[in-house]
Structures are given as C-alpha cells and as structure tokens.
Design a protein around this ligand. Sequence first.
Ligand SMILES: Cc1cc2nc3c(=O)[nH]c(=O)nc-3n(C[C@H](O)[C@H](O)[C@H](O)COP(=O)(O)O)c2cc1C
Length: 396
Amino acid sequence: MITTRSSVDAAVNIADLRRLARKRAHKMVFDYIDGGAEDEQTLRRNSAAFAGHRLIHKVLTGVDHVDPSITLLGECLPVPFILSPAAGNRLFHIEGERAVAKAANDIGTVYSLSTLSSVSIEDVAKLTAAPKWFQLYVWKDRALVKKMLDRAKGAGFTALILTADFPIAGQRERDIRNGFTIPPTVGPKQLIEAMRRPAWSWDYLRSEKIRYANISEDTSAVSLSDFVAEQLHTGFNWDDAQWVLDAWGGPALLKGVMHPADAQRARNMGFAAVAISNHGGRQLDGEAAPLDVLPAIRHSVGPDFPLILDGGVRRGSDVLKALLIGANAVSFARPYLYGLAAAGFHGVQRALNILSEELKLSMALAGLVDLKTLSPDMLIRPSGGVPKSRKAYNDG
Ligand SMILES: Cc1cc2nc3c(=O)[nH]c(=O)nc-3n(C[C@H](O)[C@H](O)[C@H](O)COP(=O)(O)O)c2cc1C
C-alpha cells in the first residue's frame, strides 16, 4: 500500500497513524519502532499506566479560549510536549530527521536530535528555528565526545540531553527475529518483506546510504551492535556525567531516570532537568512505568525542579494526566515516528497536530483554560487516592 497524504489526513488518532506505518514500512523497520525489550511488559505498562489514572472535570469555567503553552528551561513553548530523540530516522522514511525537525519547527516545540541520527547535526540545525536539544550517548573516547558537543553547540543546540539508561542495549526480540540492523542487512527474508512494501523499498533504494551521520568519520562502527561494542562506554558513571556537564557548560538534562535518589543526585550536581524515562520499554523489561514513579520523583526533587515525562504518551489526555501528577512537560517518540513511517513530513505534522488538538479538547472538557495552576484533585490515582500538589510532594 502506498500511503497518500489524504489517508494520513484522515487518521483520527495516533493508533490510526500506527496502522498506516505498519502498512507502509518494512516489517523489520516497523518492529524496530514499535517493539520493546523481551516480553514487552515495560512497553505495555508505560501506556497502561495512563489508563489507570482517571480525570475529574470541573464545570462552568468558561473555556472559549484554551491555552496549552508552558515555559520550560526558559523557553516559552506553545504546547507542553517536546520530541524525544530517536536514532536512524531515514530508515523509517526517506525524509528522516529533516521531516521531524521541520514539523517541530512548524508547531514551535523542541526538537531533540539523537547522537545516532541519520542526518548530521549541522544539516538538521538549519531546519528548525524552534529550540533544539542534542542527545548524547557517551563514548569511550572523551575527545570524540568533546568534538561532538562542540559541533552541537556551534550549530545552535541550546541544551544537552545525556541519556543514562543505555549502558548496554536491551534485548529486543523482534529485532533479533527480523535480523534487523542499522544499516539493514539484506538477506532473502528481508527481500521478501521488501517486495510486500514497495513504497518503502523504493524510498530505500533511491535514498543516500543510511549511516550514523554524526559519527561515521570517527568510528569504524557501521551498525548499532558495532557501535555498542566499539564505542559505548559501559562503565559510564556519575563522575563521567560530571565531566559531560563541565564539557558542555550549558543547560543539560539527564534522561532515563526512574529512581528518586538518582533524580535528586542529578539535581544536586547541576543538571537543569530530568527526563523520567525507561527508554520507551526498550531496555529493562519488567520495569515500572514513568508515570508510576513520577510522584516519588517529584517528592524527591521538590516543587520547582523541571521534570519531563517520557514513555507511553498516546493521547492529549495522557499529557494532561502527567502534568496533573507533577511533570512540567512530556515527550514522546513513537507517536511522531509512526507518522514519519506512514507519510514523512505530513505524517509527523499530523501526529503533532492530533496530540495538540486532543490536549486542547481534554483541557476544555476538564474545565481548564491554561496549564499554569493545575489542581491535583482533578485526578484519581489507581490506588484510589488523589495526588498531592507539586508543593505538597515536597512538604511530604
Ligand atoms: C525507534 C526509536 C529509537 C530511539 N532512539 C533513541 C536514541 O537514539 N536516543 C535516546 O536517548 N532515546 C532513544 N529512543 C527512546 C526515546 O527517546 C524515548 O525515550 C521513548 O521512545 C519514549 O517512549 P514512547 O516511544 O512511548 O514515547 C528511541 C526510541 C525509539 C522508539
């Protein structure tokens, strides 16, 4: 099936975009985006955690104007969500990271570029005037890390995201079964699947070679497993994180934090924010959902420290729930990656518009005109309890 713009426009929600992505993309590519580690318990739990929380609306608040804007790390953003970093986007669709950066620019929110992007730091930087953050996986060779940080800074990336939940790669069983690598290895199995997905295959054949655009000059690693084996610093620890903070010398977020003590330590050592995340269920299986640990992390870092929640967000009402529980913003990857795999730029744009419109609708129906003063008594937690306010978490 060739996904047309009109079928993407007709997508009503993120689940529709997921279905379109599955129809257009090669199976191994769809599974790489969609899948998680081992039994995918963490993956499922991330979304299910949202369903377990129940909103309570207020009435007669006058919702003719609903404003979902927020301020995050000094940036005024029109929506309370940002785009999580994701590797190798040109494999999903020929337009790759370029499409995602342009769609982020159009909606005016933060684009996060992965270390393992398939378009270079400098090329992506030109495509969005909205704030852009650079995500770092830490290599063994500090000189190479420093070089990459300097490139990101020079290209106008204003904050650094240090990903800490990837000391080694999780076991993604769909990828193992599919024989998936970046760049792809093409054997009989992949060829048969490629014939079933002509639009994706045509793109792949005419695309410039898929490669890790930021690191290819500096490493002989050509696949993710090579990269992990050759360059990933598995011994990475808090001292190294301090070194990264000093080397960057600007605002930095620690991504992949799930334990309250780690969030507190990150705040104390000078990180500007923490991204509560389990890598979208792609690393440790059997883990709690980010939403489950948000109250304890809010309690540990106090009311004012910025927290971004990432993992399982698929609806505007999910965004609202995370903010009511104490996040300052959310971020996501699969929603926009489904859009990308379905239809390139228009698909990403559709994903961001769907979430933005759903959020505004949820706010109006909940009786909220803005996100400045959120009353935690508008939500019931799975235990049946109403969460405490951001301030109350701090007070205990
Ligand atoms: C295909 C794919 C590639 C990813 N690549 C990266 C990456 O390069 N760096 C990173 O920090 N996180 C990466 N992630 C994790 C996301 O940034 C994010 O934490 C996670 O996907 C959030 O869950 P969600 O997809 O349910 O929104 C990736 C996720 C996916 C789905």
